[in-house]
Design a protein around this ligand. Structure first.
Ligand code: ZN
Length: 355
């Protein structure tokens, strides 16, 4: 029987171990434990990770930055910035994380591989720039995957949706002047890294192809869902993506120690189900979600299980950490205001938004 969804992970992803740090191997260990308890392997096709080649990395990152990572790792490691550590193993692990995403892309475009896959990789990627790593990120996994699809799989339009609680400043910067990649980010503001404003809409060829929705602290499932239904999905449908990539960070969960949003595993299931429907409609079902942040270990496990099941077309019948705040039926006035502002800003370029 062909499995409906693929899963990429590798024990080597635990070997990037920066010490006592929020972005720790324990995060992934907890997720793998949750997936084992829920017997995910019985409904997933395991896709072996591979190491991304220098040529594949150089589509996004500058050679001198790659050599710097190599040298720092060779010396036993160092800080790239106060948040971002390279250990002796980190560069090899990061290449395997990027390559795991490439394996998922290749499977999605193959005859027999799963069209949709969840990549449980680390270190994360969306704060990585062409010439520097920041915010726990070394290589921009999602950007490397998008560039690979554009170059190797005869694709002209890739959509990246980023629902990590932090704005993906690296990903935005990489594609800011391009229209072959549409970047949609919902994130908390104010919060690290301080970017992701409503008015940052892209430039040159990419004008209008960068859509930010900063939500206030305390925003929850109803706010995120409204952002998707009123802003992101109309634009995404008009774009007609041939591949959908998701930066699947779950630090917007109510229990997360780094974010102040109130999302639940159920909310992420609903977002992922919308992504599956979008991919089915336009991209031949090609949908790949890649782990980014999420620092409450138990919550991260439940959220990613919910995302995996939604991607596989399965319902939400799992659990979540106790103590979820009550969820509103619709967006808060503040969130609705920001969504309306974003719609007004983008409506001239995206007539589908009406107004
Ligand atoms: Zn994050």
């Amino acid at each position: 029987m062909r499995h409906p969804a693929g899963l990429v992970t590798d024990p080597a992803y635990l070997r990037h171990a920066p010490g006592s740090w929020p972005e720790s191997p324990e995060r992934l260990r907890a997720v793998l434990g949750r997936f084992a308890s829920s017997r995910v392997h019985e409904r997933a096709q395991l896709i072996p990770a591979r190491r991304a080649t220098d040529r594949e990395l150089r589509r996004i990152h500058h050679e001198e930055y790659l050599r710097r990572l190599e040298v720092l790792a060779g010396r036993g490691g160092d800080y790239l910035d106060p948040d971002t550590v390279v250990t002796a193993e980190s560069y090899e692990v990061a290449k395997l994380a990027a390559g795991g995403c490439l394996a998922a892309v290749d499977a999605a475009f193959s005859e027999s591989g799963p069209r949709t896959s969840l990549c449980l990789v680390r270190p994360p990627g969306h704060h990585a720039f062409p010439r520097r790593g920041t915010g726990f990120c070394l290589l921009n996994n999602v950007a490397i995957a998008a560039a690979h699809a554009l170059e190797e799989h005869d694709v002209e339009r890739v959509l990246i949706v980023d629902w990590d609680v932090h704005h993906g400043n690296g990903t935005e910067t990489i594609f800011y002047d391009r229209r072959d990649v549409l970047y949609l980010s919902v994130h908390q503001s104010p919060l690290y890294p301080g970017t992701g404003g409503l008015a940052d809409t892209g430039e040159a060829e990419g004008q209008g192809y960068n859509v930010n929705l900063p939500l206030p602290p305390g925003a929850g499932d109803a706010d995120s869902l409204a952002a998707f239904d009123r802003l992101f999905l109309p634009i995404a449908r008009a774009y007609r993506p041939q591949l959908v990539l998701v930066s699947s960070g779950h630090d917007g969960h109510f229990a997360d120690p780094l974010g102040s949003m109130c999302c639940t595993a159920s909310g992420y299931h609903q977002l992922a189900a919308r992504m599956r429907a979008l991919a089915e409609e336009f991209a031949g079902g090609r949908l790949i979600a890649v782990l980014e942040g999420g620092y409450h270990e138990e919550a991260l496990g439940w959220c990613l299980l919910a995302v995996f099941d939604a991607m596989a077309g399965l319902g939400m019948e799992r659990g979540d950490v106790p103590g979820a705040p009550s969820q509103e039926a619709g967006p808060s006035p503040e969130a609705a205001h920001r969504i309306a502002q974003a719609v007004a800003i983008h409506a001239p370029g995206w007539p589908c938004l009406g107004n």
